[in-house]
Design a protein around this ligand. Structure first.
Ligand code: AMP
Length: 293
């Protein structure tokens, strides 16, 4: 497994593959868990070469967010990736990705970039779109792998690929959950044992939202939002940011309860800001993630 730290080296590595060889890219911020590894396994199964990037992208963090304390353990990440049979890990520094003369950003616009996560984290999707375009340009993968857990990120990247005519296939993998339903996340490591127990409130709220949907198909989304909010309000260690019913493609709020729909939730538990979602597909089936055994 090659560990690559510079843009030049990454380009050289990619140029070493014969024309037509398939390369898959899995972008991450590291501190890997089974959710990340589910993407890596799929990438290894579908491509001749697999690159995993590990980069805590400073420009997608707000001034008062957790950039400095974001968890990192590169030696462990490299061991995990080596065991999966990954061919290269791209671990650039921030200065390598954003040298002093850097001035060009990708700015997604409209509700998709400004609502939900975009409203709580101004500039977040500009940072995400910019780094993902850079990674796609550098690695030139046939396929890139993302998790449904970050549903709005998926929608923003789909728009990026369509709008800028990027020659890449996006593969979206279901959310992997802990046995008690909590979506796996590097940020779960911020939680105390008590906070960790409370953090299942996001999953419980989504289940309540799904039940409300099944009960009140003809009512407006407010009933579902209420059902989700009430569950979060019952957990003293949690503070709700939003609990919404949105169009999974545009992230506009839904006025009528019709599939496709996304139940999306964000809440603070202790010092961690956690997000999660359930997707009601156009065919009326649910994508609620996979509980690890
Ligand atoms: P991150 O390191 O948090 O930026 O995540 C890297 C990629 O892994 C993103 O595409 C995430 O959506 C995906 N991911 C994170 N958590 C999970 C999870 N629990 N299940 C599936 N994919 C995930």
């Amino acid at each position: 497994m090659d560990v690559i730290t510079t843009v030049q080296e990454m380009r050289r590595w990619r140029a070493g593959w014969p024309l037509g060889a398939s390369v898959g890219l899995v972008p991450t911020m590291g501190y890997l868990h089974e959710g990340h590894l589910s993407l890596v396994r799929r990438a290894c199964a579908e491509n001749e070469g697999v690159v995993v990037s590990i980069f805590v992208n400073p420009i997608q963090f707000g001034a008062h967010e957790d950039l400095e304390r974001y968890p990192r353990d590169l030696p462990r990440d490299l061991r995990l990736l080596e065991a999966q049979g990954v061919h290269a890990v791209f671990v650039p520094t921030a200065a390598e990705m954003y040298p002093p003369k850097f001035i060009t950003y990708v700015e997604p616009s409209g509700p998709l970039a400004s609502e939900a996560e975009g409203a709580s984290r101004p500039g977040h999707f500009r940072g995400v779109a910019t780094v993902v375009l850079k990674l796609l340009n550098l690695v030139q993968p046939q396929r890139a792998y993302f998790g449904q857990k970050d549903a709005q990120q998926v929608a923003v990247i789909k728009a990026l690929v369509a709008d800028l005519n990027l020659p890449v296939e996006l593969v979206v993998m279901p959310t992997l959950r802990e046995p008690d339903g909590l979506a796996m996340s590097s940020r779960n490591s911020y939680l105390s044992p008590q906070g960790r127990r409370a953090a299942t409130v996001l999953y419980r709220a989504l289940l309540a939202g799904k039940t409300a949907y099944e009960q009140y198909q003809s009512e407006d989304p407010a009933a579902i939002q209420r059902a989700m909010s009430e569950v979060v309000a019952s957990e003293p260690l949690a503070r709700l940011d939003y609990a919404d019913v949105r169009d999974p493609g545009t992230f506009e709020p839904l006025e009528r309860l019709r599939p496709p729909a996304l139940l999306a939730i964000a809440a603070f538990v202790e010092r961690a800001r956690l997000i999660d979602n359930f997707l009601l597909r156009a065919d009326g089936t649910w994508e609620t993630g996979i509980i690890a055994s």
